[in-house]
Design a protein around this ligand. Structure first.
Ligand code: NAD
Ligand code: MG
Length: 410
């Protein structure tokens, strides 16, 4: 399998962009279970320099990259103290080096947000086996990323659990032949049964019932924007229009997604909610490798239940549908506005309900033709961020940050 440029000893070189995050950590956990099979060649982190240095001590990458250039000297000092020989780089140039590292056959794109776009595209152009967790990259630049994969001769494998499940269910149906629809499952998040969204705190929003994740995706799960981004992601990855992509709320998070075929068969992928499962699938593909995740205990599964998503209580999902219908530039605006609004919510500058309001206002204000180059994606992204910041500031200025406890029940 991993032949081209195989690392010494036959182990495949893996570069992890966003190594200190939730996905990065789960990836390293799986890799550590297969020392003869994988070798970590590059690790990146934005600012957690001590964690990055500790990971270097454990995995001995050739290259360690800290996104924040101001931390580069400290990273060098920490590695020197420990007698570690990793080359140190920083900033966007360092991220690109990690994405293109000669000794990396596999690149795990696990940076959060549109910040991961350029290194993800670079890995695709360099022909890597690209394990995509960074959904914002494909939401912002779907056509351009797929072009880069094609022209670079890369292999794109989804890590997002829903898309990974669909990849597994489609195994016998190349190019989506005979597929009636894709069915993405959603847990519904911590506010699935919430009726009063005023006064929700970042702590409540980040307390996901089934998954432990980074803060941004946790808030996205609470607003259902995560599912909206995933519908857009699925449309690019598998080439289906919105009319063939359904969302169903499934609070137990046991079925990670499904494919319905023309003959009426529905294939589902099941498992415990543990990202090591889709990560191990993508790392090992087409072989199956041990992930360390627990198996499902069917005798203890009381029930698998399903319900329709409520677009009125969760307007962010409706906004994502609107973006998908409006064309590629609109997805960039949606994503950028969401990143700004989520940050403002996490910093307690706007209330939970302000997130959808800021995104809607930004989508009303910013429009553009479909981007023909990555530079145009970045321009639309920057314009949308400016507009969303102004919308957040307007909201914060009204002082309607909402007090009182949210009525949350699960
Ligand atoms: P996280 O916040 O835990 O980690 C993010 C990583 O990216 C960290 O290593 C951080 O240092 C790095 N990073 C942050 N900002 C950066 C920047 N500006 N430049 C360079 N690096 C930066 O996030 P996560 O939960 O691991 O999610 C990572 C990606 O995977 C997201 O796109 C998310 O949507 C996707 N994803 C996550 C999960 C999950 O279970 N956590 C599931 C599916 C998809
Ligand atoms: Mg997902």
């Amino acid at each position: 399998m991993h032949s081209a440029g195989a690392a010494p000893g036959g182990a495949a070189g893996v570069s992890i962009l966003g190594a200190t995050g939730s996905i990065g950590g789960s990836t390293l956990d799986v890799i550590a279970r297969h020392p003869g099979r994988f070798r970590v060649v590059a690790l990146t982190a934005q600012s957690k320099v001590d964690e990055l240095a500790a990971l270097c001590g454990q995995f001995h990458p050739e290259l360690a990259v800290i996104g924040d250039p101001a931390q580069e000297a400290r990273l060098r000092a920490l590695l020197r103290e420990r007698g570690l020989a990793s080359e140190v780089r920083s900033g966007s140039e360092g991220l690109l080096a990690a994405a293109q590292a000669q000794t990396a056959q596999t690149v795990v794109a696990a940076i959060v947000g549109a910040a991961g776009l350029l290194p993800t595209i670079a890995a695709a152009r360099a022909g890597k086996r690209l394990l995509l967790a960074n959904k914002e990259a494909i939401v912002c630049a779907g056509a351009l990323l797929l072009d880069a994969v094609r022209t670079g001769g890369a292999t794109l494998l989804p890590v997002d659990s829903e898309h990974n499940a669909i990849h597994q269910c489609l195994a016998g149906a190349p190019a989506g032949q005979g597929v009636r629809r894709l069915i993405l499952t959603a847990s519904g998040g911590p506010f699935r049964q919430c009726r009063d969204f005023s006064g929700i705190t970042p702590e409540q929003a980040c307390a996901h019932p089934n998954w432990v994740m980074g803060r941004k995706i946790s808030v996205d799960s609470a607003t259902l924007m995560n599912k909206g981004l995933e519908v857009i992601e699925a449309s690019w990855l598998f080439g289906f229009p919105r009319s063939q992509i359904a969302v169903v709320v499934h609070p137990q998070s046991v079925i990670h997604s499904m494919v319905e075929f023309g003959d009426g068969s529905v294939l589902a992928q099941l498992g415990t909610p543990d990202m090591r499962t889709p990560i191990a699938y993508a790392l090992g593909f087409p072989e199956r490798i041990e992930s360390g995740s627990a198996g499902l205990d069917f005798a203890r599964l009381a029930a698998l239940t399903f319900e329709e998503p409520d677009l009125e209580r969760f307007p962010c999902l409706a906004l994502a549908y609107r973006a998908l219908d409006a064309g590629p530039a609109s997805s960039i605006v949606l994503n950028a506005a969401n990143e700004i609004a989520v940050q403002a919510f996490l910093e307690r500058r706007i209330p939970f309900t302000g997130i959808a309001a800021v995104i809607a206002a930004t989508m009303d204000a910013v429009s553009a033709p479909a981007p023909a180059a990555v530079s145009e994606v970045l321009e639309i992204d920057a314009q949308a961020r400016r507009s969303a910041m102004a919308a957040s500031a307007r909201w914060a200025g009204t002082g309607s940050s909402g007090a009182g406890a949210a009525q949350v029940s699960r």
